[in-house]
Design a protein. Structure first.
Length: 428
């Protein structure tokens, strides 16, 4: 058995002349023109060859890119989690990606999809509300080789217990070591020194979780995986504060401290690792890209244009009505869940006098003074055209956040996952 690393969360498992791709993303400019591969890929889509299976963990474009999927052979079989709602299944249908078969695998239900190949799934941590709604982890038991791909899902206590009980002595665990969001980059109420402090805190926290998970699972080999990108365009300057390191090698000092450095597999893009010989092909050393190389690449992408910058909406569009009806959708979900906290979300339109107050205790949207905000609150700022596209549902709040399109002010500066979930419901 071999693993071919492509980059990010994309890799291919090769065994007995069968090939399974994880989370296809090989094109650049995803998330409406913002995300680019970094470190750069050393393979193109034309280098992939025939695939037998494609696992898609969730709907985010760095795991499920239409630009990549449409180029892959359609006689491959798709593997996704069986869930309701099933965003990946909807995506495949909507985009007429008619692959040979779709395997819907229920969590904690080992399923043999071909002789010798058993597939199992785990849900994301329920404490992470958005991830739990959309994400999944994969377990393979392929002719006795046991592989766990957590992708973006940091294993929680329940999943670790399930893995240790049912799949002890994993041959390889793909584990997240980092992550990406608009915090702290896009938070205007934080000065640069605070942003850097938060950036380092989060990086260190996530690396420590990687180490703790590796210790808990005790795999024979572990591969730090996913979250390798930079943001181009006019928001490229915010890369300076994104809370992820330059590459998977950032886990090495901690692994060395725990005397576990012999367990790590670090692969360049286009490099294979053989489970039996424990050798890499080609045998090149792992390349650690420098911060200067990263800055140079970011600089080369500063003139990229985002999707929302290519569209100009008429100034006569009634933003008042868009916000009113988008807020009504969120209000109906609040009523269903009986959720009415003492909290406000302010929608601020940049370069204008418009700002809207969404009070969780009222269904009425009010225009407000940009100089007065009632605590506790989250203020979200966006250009006029982008705000319209978000309210219409063409761009989701979640993706606009990942793309670093939005500016935030949060008082107090305390993350509340439930508030973030409800922000994503403010749309038509």
């Amino acid at each position: 058995m071999k693993v071919l690393n492509i980059g990010g969360a994309t890799a291919i498992i090769e065994h007995n002349n069968k090939r399974m791709m994880f989370d296809p993303w090989m094109d650049n400019g995803i998330f409406h023109g913002s995300w680019f591969h970094y470190p750069p890929l050393k393979m193109s889509i034309t280098d992939i060859g025939h695939l037998d299976y494609i696992y898609i963990s969730h709907i985010h474009e760095d795991h499920c890119s239409y630009g990549t999927l449409k180029e892959l052979n359609s006689d491959a079989e798709i593997i996704i989690m069986d869930r309701r709602p099933n965003f990946v299944a909807r995506f495949l249908e909507k985009n007429k990606l008619n692959f040979a078969k779709v395997h819907l695998i229920s969590p904690k239900t080992p399923t043999e999809i071909s002789p010798g190949l058993v597939v199992d799934m785990l849900e994301a941590d329920p404490a992470n509300a958005i991830a739990h709604i959309i994400d999944s982890s994969l377990i393979l038991n392929w002719d006795g080789y046991k592989i766990f791909n957590a992708n973006d899902c940091t294993p929680h206590a329940d999943s670790i217990e399930y893995l240790n009980k049912n799949y002890p002595n994993l041959d390889l665990a793909f584990l997240p070591y980092s992550g990406g969001s608009g915090y702290p980059s896009c938070f205007t109420n934080l000065d640069d020194e605070t942003k850097r402090a938060e950036q380092h805190r989060i990086i260190n926290m996530r690396v420590q979780i990687f180490i703790d998970t590796t210790i808990a699972l005790q795999p024979k080999k572990v591969m730090p995986f996913a979250d390798q990108f930079i943001v181009g365009g006019s928001r490229a300057y915010l890369n300076e504060f994104i809370a992820h390191g330059t590459g998977p090698h950032i886990v090495l000092p901690r692994l060395q401290k725990e005397k576990m450095s012999d367990t790590v597999v670090l692969l360049n893009s286009g490099q294979r690792y053989d489970f039996e010989s424990e050798k890499k092909t080609p045998s090149d050393d792992y390349k650690q890209y420098t911060e200067q190389e990263k800055r140079d690449t970011i600089k080369s992408l500063e003139l990229v244009t985002y999707d929302y910058q290519k569209i100009k909406f008429n100034n006569n569009i009634s933003l008042d009505n868009l916000v009113k009806y988008a807020r009504l959708r969120m209000w109906n979900i609040q009523r269903k869940n009986k959720y009415f906290p003492e909290y406000r979300i302010y929608l601020n339109i940049l370069n204008s006098d418009l700002c809207y107050c969404i009070d969780f205790k009222s269904d009425i949207v009010q225009q407000c003074n940009k100089d007065t905000y009632i605590q506790p609150y989250l203020k979200v700022s966006a250009p006029y055209d982008l705000m319209i596209m978000i309210l219409l549902g063409h761009i989701s709040w979640n993706i606009a956040d990942a793309a670093l399109f939005l500016d935030y002010e949060r008082v107090p500066n305390t993350y509340d996952t439930t508030i973030v979930v409800y922000l994503n419901h403010i749309r038509l």
